[in-house]
Write a protein that binds this ligand. Structure first.
Ligand code: GLY
Length: 582
């Protein structure tokens, strides 16, 4: 009798174990309803699509596609054009990440993040009493890392493009040489930064008007020095930037102003092609940027954590509040991990596989209960984050062959360090502020960092940029990314949930008010209208402290119906970019 019961118990135990492990492999998209995507948006085309933060740059990209260039040619042309028409973040004096899919088979990424100059030191932004001085890491010559954008874009063009430098760079050169009409929001942005621009004569000369007059919409903005620099790059490739006249100008700028970037730093700069990191979320393959960006790991960890939570009924406030509660609590845990484990993989051993493993996310998900866990009780799960600026820019490109490009690039702060290299006409970044200048203290974005992201010569600073591609059954489905400093990751994450789970059309998915929790500070940050009153009340009852902030992010995304070969695109209502197709 005892033996018979024991046998039944063993069989039952094996069934439970089988069901438990099978749940790891359960794919909810086998449910037909879940596989539905809402393919409507404000821009659609069949041959190619470019979405960027500047209408001029989007036009440049579309023209390249029309001339027979592939998505990589178009994205490089867009990148150089943004350096002219969107100097808030478009750049040749900054850095970025490109995630790309080419020839139907290769999915890879190019890391052209800036590097700390070789004369950098761990405590370079601390004063004699050991206090962190953000003015030094966010503004002026000492705040700049060695720029990577030119090297990265040219690497992409040479390896994966089909056109010449001449062809992809000429539109940007023409925009700089002949000028372009200032959009209303660009005029506002230039006028708002007048005081900072006036600190540096080389910047004042280009970005302010004589007698402190305001810029106005519709007037021409001409950048002759920048046109000459772009011509040197066009003619001499990377040597046109990292050596010769341009490098001399950068070094002179540094020497005369206590900056530390040298010609040797410039000549030594190399981009790195890195493996992307990926997950399968409910049957969709998501590919994003590996470290030195935290974006990919954090996005994947968030998706993995939420994967088995049922999509709530949007008409049921209790359901919605419970779901948002889980999402917010997941964000807190992911940002706690970001603070501790992430930095430049060439300098620090990152537990990448552990962090993106679904069993780790499952364990972290199990920690979430019906009420909030105070941030003070959440520790990085395998064992703190730093400040980043809201100004960065993202662009998405697809061509008719299905080549996909997702690029996020930045100067860090709006207009970076605010230093224009005298004679060369371009702005330098203030990316050094993305390091943890004093581990444990928050950066510009309130993000805290650990030793993994401490300053070391030639090291890349941690980023939140999250250029992302999504494929379904091996076919293109979505390209997206955003600016927003530490909020980039959650802007991309929420947009994905809105499309894949809530079945919203792309433009609504992007324009919907967002929310963000990064573990520290301890409150939830929301755009106006992120939750209705009933949901807000329930979240507050659970203990969430809600702080309404201004709009953030500027998602530029493409959604692809590959079966009908139609591309849908949208540029965020928060910016003034545009989706163009043909
Ligand atoms: N500077 C913003 C970022 O790299 O995340």
């Amino acid at each position: 009798m005892l033996r018979k019961n024991l046998g039944i118990l063993v069989v039952l135990g094996l069934v439970v174990l089988f069901l438990y492990y099978a749940s790891y492999f359960y794919d909810p998209t086998h449910d037909k309803k879940n596989a539905y995507i809402n393919y409507t948006s404000d821009a659609a085309g069949m041959e190619g699509m470019v979405v960027s933060a500047s209408s001029y740059a989007s036009k440049v990209g579309i023209d390249i596609l029309k001339k027979g260039g592939n998505a990589i040619d178009a994205s490089v042309a867009v990148g150089f054009a943004l350096a002219v028409t969107y100097p808030q973040a478009g750049n040749i004096g900054g850095g970025g990440f490109m995630v790309l899919r080419v020839h139907d088979s290769i999915i890879t990424s190019i890391d052209y993040r800036e590097k700390a100059p070789s004369a950098s030191t761990r405590n370079m932004y601390l004063d004699s009493s050991g206090k962190f001085d953000p003015d030094l890491s966010q503004f002026g010559h000492l705040s700049s890392g060695v720029p990577g954008s030119v090297a990265g874009m040219l690497y992409a063009l040479e390896k994966y493009g089909t056109m010449s430098r001449d062809e992809v760079m000429q539109p940007a050169i023409d925009l700089a040489e002949n000028g372009f009409e200032i959009e209303p929001k660009f005029a506002e942005s230039l006028n708002a930064n007048f005081d900072d621009f006036s600190e540096f004569p080389s910047t004042k000369k280009i970005f302010t008007k004589k007698n402190s007059l305001n810029f106005f919409a519709g007037e021409k903005f001409v950048q002759k020095d920048l046109a000459s620099t772009l011509r040197r790059i066009r003619d001499d490739g990377r040597d046109g930037f990292y050596k010769g006249v341009t490098a001399d100008m950068i070094e002179n700028e540094m020497v005369s102003n206590d900056g530390i970037i040298t010609k040797e730093d410039l000549a030594n700069y190399q981009p790195v092609e890195r493996n992307v990191i990926s997950t399968n979320y409910k049957g969709y393959d998501v590919y994003s940027m590996a470290p030195p960006s935290s974006g990919g790991i954090a996005l994947i960890n968030l998706l993995n954590m939420i994967e088995h939570d049922p999509v709530p009924d949007t008409n049921n406030s209790i359901d919605m509040a419970n779901y948002y509660h889980t999402v917010i609590e997941s964000m807190k845990r992911v940002y706690a991990d970001r603070s501790e484990y992430l930095g430049d993989p060439d300098f620090y051993k990152i537990p990448q596989q552990e962090l993106i493993d679904k069993s780790y996310s499952k364990e972290r998900r199990r920690e979430i209960t019906d009420s909030i866990t105070p941030s003070s009780e959440i520790k990085p799960g395998l064992g703190v984050i730093h400040k980043e600026s809201d100004q960065t820019t993202h662009y998405s490109v697809i061509d008719k062959y299905g080549n996909m490009v997702s690029v996020t690039t930045t100067l860090n702060n709006t207009y970076g360090s605010c230093v224009v290299v005298n004679g060369a006409g371009f702005l330098l970044n203030d990316e050094m502020d993305d390091f943890a200048s004093k581990p444990g203290e928050p950066n510009m974005f309130g993000l805290i960092g650990s030793d993994a992201n401490s300053i070391q010569p030639n090291k890349r600073m941690l980023s939140s940029m999250t250029p992302t591609l999504i494929l379904k059954d091996g076919k293109p489905l979505m390209i997206l990314g955003s600016p927003g400093g530490g909020k980039i990751i959650t802007s991309v994450f929420l947009t994905i949930l809105n499309v894949l789970d809530f079945k919203l059309p792309l433009h609504i998915a992007i324009d919907k008010p967002r929310f963000h929790h990064q573990w520290l500070p301890v409150y939830l940050q929301t755009e106006q209208g992120a939750f209705d009153t009933a949901v807000t009340n329930i979240l507050q009852q659970k203990g969430h402290r809600i702080n309404e902030i201004g709009d953030y992010g500027n998602v530029c995304a493409i959604l692809i119906d590959w079966n009908r070969h139609i591309f849908y695109g949208h540029a965020d209502r928060r910016g003034y970019g545009i989706a163009l197709s043909y």
